[in-house]
Design a protein around this ligand. Sequence first.
Ligand code: FAD
Ligand code: SF4
Length: 477
Amino acid sequence: MAKQMMLKFVSVERDMPEKRAPDLRRQDFQEIYAEYAHEKAQQQSSRCSQCGVPYCQSHCPLHNNIPDWLKLTAEGRLQEAYEVSQATNTFPEICGRICPQDRLCEGNCVIEQSGHGTVTIGSIEKYITDTAWEMGWVKPIKPSEDRPESVGIIGAGPGGLAAADALRRQGVQVTVYDRYDRAGGLLTYGIPGFKLEKDVVMARVAQLEESGVEFVLNCNVGEDISFEAIRGKHDAVLIATGVYKSRGLQAPGVGAQGIVRAIDYLTCSNKVSFGDEVEEYDSGELNAAGKRVVVIGGGDTAMDCVRTAIRQGAESVKCLYRRDRANMPGSQREVANAEEEGVEFVWLTAPKGFSGETVEGVMIQKMRLGAPDASGRRSPEVIEGADYLEEADLVVMALGFEPEDLPKLWGVDGLEVTRWGTVKADFRTHATNLDGVYAVGDIVRGASLVVWAIRDGREAAESILDYLNAPAQVAAE
Ligand SMILES: Cc1cc2nc3c(=O)[nH]c(=O)nc-3n(C[C@H](O)[C@H](O)[C@H](O)COP(=O)(O)OP(=O)(O)OC[C@H]3O[C@@H](n4cnc5c(N)ncnc54)[C@H](O)[C@@H]3O)c2cc1C
Ligand code: SF4
């Protein structure tokens, strides 16, 4: 009973770092909120029918033992629920916040499929681990024995960090190299803070640092240090560099000022939310305040851009997408959120060109959906003579990402890549064609999801351990 009461009054400081003053009203709010969150989690967890055919689990890329941690939560045994949850997921509080659950666990909940609304698995996963942080159950890693071998990880996104965590647990020395000034990859500088609070990510980075993982930041591999130098320093190397080449558009006027790439726009906004001074934000170049904003694209990155622009105080925000609502790649939940916040979606439209040296407008051509292409998807076709000008002061291009040319950038012709430029790696072991070099996450899959990068990172760590444990065999080959 005492434990129950304690759990009811968990603080929510971490969710609201900007207001840490311990005033009475805030304390009341915290207690009420924590009690509400606890009751909600318990009530939702008890809705799980323990169906015995856990499609939720099989549709979670990490095969999280969802029914068990739901049962434990329903019984108020939160610490045990946390232990079960973290056994398969390195960052459950992150996945709970940003997995597209409607396409994964929740979309396959049998209660959802019988028409009664899914158990809110993601929110409960977040609640369990947020509580674990608050209660001090999340601890730095203390391996039972330190090993002499070291692994160099290039890229501090979820793929690299999940591998770092798993390797450190086995006592391996781990160094993570990243070209940004903060670790976290797209968790830190891509995904906006209103979806994933930055202190949640930074807490994980701090936990890894306290666990002995070394971070070498502001280090662009290929420029500040060569790939071969990293290989020479470590017993094995993991490439987890993500995909950062923005897809472009060939259209008249595309080079005008005020037409920016989504990654630059979101990185800038995230830096500002850390309290950094960013020149492009202060100058207005990457700041939507008071502007008529047009975002081009229909994926989740476009949704993050439109919702960021609204929060920056844009005068208006329009999103152009060449297909219709039913055929857009982004999550329908995100579209609904954006619409609620005031974003206007202009379906079946594509940019034809841009006017002004500093952008003044987008020439828009109207589209209709034609016959299905080879993939079965109906291709957009131009409706002739229906063009019009949409006035704009800021245009954000969110047309997707491609891999950078790593063999060229790093001067390693021997590293095999696919015809799309992604690194070729065994889908089970994550080994590349180079001895002792592994690769995970978006740089192998193409733009994907955080949960898949975590899974890859965990699996690659296991393969790397096998590799480190069998050096004689490797030398004899
Ligand atoms: C705007 C946006 C929103 C998204 N929202 C979601 C979401 O809501 N849910 C979800 O599941 N997924 C989302 N994703 C996708 C998800 O973020 C990625 O799939 C995931 O981060 C991939 O992890 P990663 O570790 O492979 O790479 P990344 O997270 O991209 O990390 C790669 C790291 O490598 C570093 N790096 C690259 N090259 C070098 C180099 N040469 N030297 C040193 N360091 C280097 C980069 O600086 C970066 O820190 C989103 C993506 C974007 C762009
Ligand atoms: S990791 Fe993602 S898919 Fe798996 S249970 Fe959590 S929210 Fe669902």
